[in-house]
Design a binder for this molecule. Sequence first.
Ligand SMILES: Nc1ncnc2c1ncn2[C@@H]1O[C@H](COP(=O)(O)OP(=O)(O)OP(=O)(O)O)[C@@H](O)[C@H]1O
Ligand SMILES: [Mg+2]
Length: 436
Amino acid sequence: MQYPAAITLSVRNRKEDLYMENKLYDVKPFNSLSKKVSSASSNQGSLDMSLSLMIKALIICDDEQVKSALEELLKAVKNLDIHFENKVSFVTENYSLAIIVFTGEEQQTILDIEKVSNSGASIILIGDTLPQGLLRKALQLSIKDVVPLETAEDELIPAIQQIANQLSQHANLAPVISVINGKGGSGASFITNSLGQVISDRSEHEIALFDADLQHGSLADSMNLKPSYYLDDALEEVKELDSTAIKSMMVRRNNLSLLPVKAYSQLNRLAHIDQNRVNQLLGKLRLSYRLMLADLSRGVDSLSVPIIESSEHVLIIIQQNIVSIREAKELVEQLKNTMGIDGEKLHIIVNRFSDKYSTISVDDIRKTIGINSVFKISNDYQLASSCTELGKPLNELSNSKHLTEELLEIIKNIMPLDIKHDSKPQGFWAKITGKK
Ligand SMILES: Nc1ncnc2c1ncn2[C@@H]1O[C@H](COP(=O)(O)OP(=O)(O)OP(=O)(O)O)[C@@H](O)[C@H]1O
Ligand SMILES: [Mg+2]
């Protein structure tokens, strides 16, 4: 079969006459990909991209130039763990994605596709002017996408992203809701804890709380729980953890479980967070629970970044004063412009709201920060300190009705989970009669 010039050249490249060939001909596809990629990666302003779940990918490519161009291109993709092979011998690892590059050897590529498709991985085929036989085989084995080498720089990452989205829907990953302080001390921990209680009280599902405050992690105390397993233990052994192990190690109250953090963790083993491990842990937690709420009291740091990137919604906690609003506006800019977070995912919670002590209205806040979705939680010192200081559950406090209604308003509007408006029936008789 007669291959197009560019492909024939790449086959000759492996015959060590690369330099001469490149001088004599224009090795367009492979060179253009490496050139474009190196200029893109030197672009300081370019945003990294994060997949919705951790994807282990096998790349089959026997051309060194293309290999290094792909490596360079995919460096910017977080949550993508890539391994290269020249050809498929035996797919031992559990790959969910395979990227197979056609460099001229039709029979070998068909063989590679056949072997990989047996392993169940989704396949993307890369190559220009693909031979009919290969295309037919690719269709028969229902590969997910074909990306021309020449436009791979623009098209490959969106193709991977699309497969990751399909896989995460299939994997039924729990949505993540992050609760982040616009300014320290605004009430992120109190609100994360209260939301967790109100939701778990009204849902049969397993809900997880993730304490991501490496300095003053306080959720275990305010939930009155005595943990023996912490975030740093989970990160240490994340590779071995499965759904049952995670669930049995987390400390729980009914269907609300907590992954706590030891106070001053950033001074020891967690000083250098391995974001890859954080992403793996998030993936495993999201497979084991139906909703995950993360307390990001400290704001944006190396632990909270991967959590924010995985979040369906980010609740920014502020208070009703100028400094807090100004800092929240700054945070919103950072989240949108530096991290590339969609503004639709951002919500403002004005905590300790009071008409009596401040004239700043919800509408003023909405306009100043530039976020439409704004909720308020009233100031109630006695109630808040019963929860945060004494670790009392909300449903045992007689004065928690108003706070519960305000929290339900947030939940109803943004939580991607069906919950009952009333709390679950309590006690044995209630369970069998269905009455409260
Ligand atoms: N709505 C509220 N009304 C009255 N007091 C509140 C309210 N929300 C929180 N508080 C109080 O404010 C204090 C700080 O709350 P919390 O610990 O939740 O804040 P945080 O943002 O997590 O702080 P940090 O930045 O230190 O982690 C606590 O004493 C809590 O009881
Ligand atoms: Mg806190």
